[in-house]
Design a protein around this ligand. Sequence first.
Ligand SMILES: Cc1ncc(COP(=O)(O)O)c(C=O)c1O
Length: 324
Amino acid sequence: MQMVRLVNSGTEATMHALRLARGFTGRKKILKFDGGFHGSHDSVLVKPGPHGSIAGRPSSEGIPLETSKNTLVAPYNDEKTAAKIIRDYASQLAAVIVEPVAGNMGPIPPAKGFLNSLNKLTRENSVVLIFDEVITGFRLSLGGAQDYYHIIPDLTILGKIVGGGFPLAAFGGRREIMRKLSPLGPVYQAGTFSGNPVSVTAGLTTLRSLKRRSNQIYPRLERLGAFLSNGINDHLEARKVSAQTNQVGSMFQTFFTSRKVTDYSSAKSSDVDRYNRYFRSLLASNMFVPPSQFESCFLSTAHGEAEIEQTLDAIGESLRSLRG
Ligand SMILES: Cc1ncc(COP(=O)(O)O)c(C=O)c1O
């Protein structure tokens, strides 16, 4: 990132980055992907409209339809639909915002060429490409998903790990865009606790530690992630449970569906009751996976082979009761 602005939460970061993209381009619509989560402000708490309409509608009470209509929604990994929307709406479209690895409908990796295509289309149509790396930043690699997949967006959102457990988030990217932000430019952003020294110290300490050990940490997370997801899939097969595990680095989730999960609609084909039973039986063996099918599980640097073996044993036991 050529310039960066510190804020307190991922929600604040995406809200200001989208305002910045609108201020920079002079356009008002944005494109997001169905099932993607970018915090809890009005422009992004949006789901697809009825009857295949791409104009979004509020996914929470209290959000005016007038606001949601400016957010267009496409299926994640659907390169063709995204291309059509970007071309058709180019003159009104300020930004495309995407989780480069979808993390809020379970982890869903980008299909081959999907991120590249977004990069090319946004460039051709002078639309700002925003990677929301609140989850993937410092998780998939020290340089996040953009380094993992070798695609540099115009703006990047960071949160979670960047603050080392304290409230801190950031957005930044191309200097030409960032210079539009106050006090240099006309797009307003400020906050009492923005860049507060406690969070920044915690964040810097964490990032320095990750940087120092990055040659060990990331290959190890990658290896342990694959070990765990392969182990879960072996259990699924052995117990004839119709489910599959998605995994990217230290992100993983088991979806109770026979369909390959590549977007929100395939994720929603999962048997949620069965996931809930899986969650409860794991909790009874002191394994705390997220209480929702549509969340990612994460490995941390504290997990090693022993914890993974223990997890696999508990998962094997749990699946025994979920056959079919
Ligand atoms: C991808 C993504 N973007 C934005 C946010 C919002 O971040 P925060 O909860 O810090 O507002 C989240 C939160 O989980 C997230 O996963």
